[in-house]
Design a protein around this ligand. Structure first.
Ligand code: ASP
Length: 325
């Protein structure tokens, strides 16, 4: 018997509805039920059977750490089932890259896990949801999609959860991986791969989930010209377990923030607000006790640090983790 694809719905624009067919921004995300979205996709039944689960139906900017943990547990349960060949998740695009990276590090499987969504609401002129969902399912059905970690499929491209990012507010061609490039393309109903993720994920990941669904809190401070000390003091006063500094350029931290975030008793990681490139260690990092994020975006460095800090870690451990993941 053909194994099933589990489809999990979480909301977003793919489940969104506007007042008119031409409304591409003022619509409400997370309205339509998953079953209705699936039934609007031509040819989808050729890739079944499916088992569907409406996990939530929300705007993805509202997703919480608690929901990430629960979603990860649900996906793990699906992939641990011998009757399931892979998982497809429909998700809002705004935080898609974050959910994808969280699952990439916490679900332990070699089965395909594919996340998709849309930039235009269901029913809108040239809605991209149906084709994205069809292609996500086709990717989940392609044998070469095994052991590639969590994949984001949008606008005909396949990207790794580690590197993918949303780069445009409204365009359907918003997703890309500025440092690594797309992994592949969906064409003729299958995934065609040209690259492979090399950093650790899924099967090789050392990270687990908290028993009590509670993760260490890691905050992000975005720096800018003229930022004042008080911004750094305010974030430190919230008592986070770790801090990501989204610096300027090569992760440069303005002096007022450097002053109040150097040698804190929590890990402080330099990242960059530029959107691409690597932040590598410089001699001043030793003085300040800063770690560096490598090529992770600030929001992904936060996820990695949150998961890492579930355990006591030495500086060496954290440096290794930012190199390996
Ligand atoms: N605001 C929507 C969301 O992330 C955007 C989208 O799905 O494209 O839920």
């Amino acid at each position: 018997m053909t194994k099933k694809i589990a489809i999990i719905g979480t909301g977003g624009t793919i489940a969104g509805q506007g007042a008119s067919d031409t409304d591409l921004t003022g619509y409400t995300a997370g309205v339509l039920p998953l079953e209705e979205i699936i039934s609007s996709v031509p040819g989808v039944r050729d890739y079944g059977p499916f088992v569907c689960n409406q996990f939530c139906n929300i705007e993805s900017s509202d997703i919480t750490l608690f929901q990430w943990v629960r979603l990860s547990k649900l996906v793990q349960k699906c992939v641990d089932n011998d009757d399931i060949a892979g998982v497809v998740i429909t998700h809002g695009t705004d935080s898609m890259e974050e959910t994808a990276y969280f699952l990439h590090l916490t679900v332990h499987t070699d089965k395909p896990i594919v996340i998709t969504g849309s930039m235009r609401p269901a029913g809108a002129v040239s809605a991209d949801g149906p084709i994205n969902l069809l292609q996500a399912i086709q990717v989940a059905r392609t044998p070469e999609s095994y052991n590639k970690g969590v994949l984001v499929v949008m606008n005909g491209y396949i990207d790794s959860a580690r590197d993918v990012t949303k780069m445009n507010t409204t365009n359907v061609a918003t997703f890309g991986s500025p440092n690594a490039g797309h992994l592949g393309i969906v064409q003729d109903g299958i995934a065609q791969y040209y690259m492979c993720p090399l950093r650790k994920h899924t099967m090789e990941s050392e990270f687990g989930l908290p028993e009590d669904d509670d993760l260490p809190r890691v905050e992000i401070l975005t720096c800018y010209a003229g930022i004042e000390e008080i911004m750094g003091l305010a974030i430190v006063a919230t008592n986070p377990s770790g801090l990501i500094l989204a610096g300027l350029g090569h992760g440069t931290i303005p002096q007022p923030i450097r002053k109040v975030t150097s040698n804190l008793p929590i890990p402080v990681v330099r990242a960059s607000r530029t959107g691409s490139g690597i932040v590598s260690k410089v001699p001043q990092d030793v003085e300040a006790g800063y770690f560096v994020c490598d090529s992770l975006s600030p929001q992904k460095a936060r996820i990695l640090l949150m998961l890492a800090l579930q355990k006591e870690r030495t500086c060496k451990d954290l440096e290794r983790i930012f190199k390996e993941y």
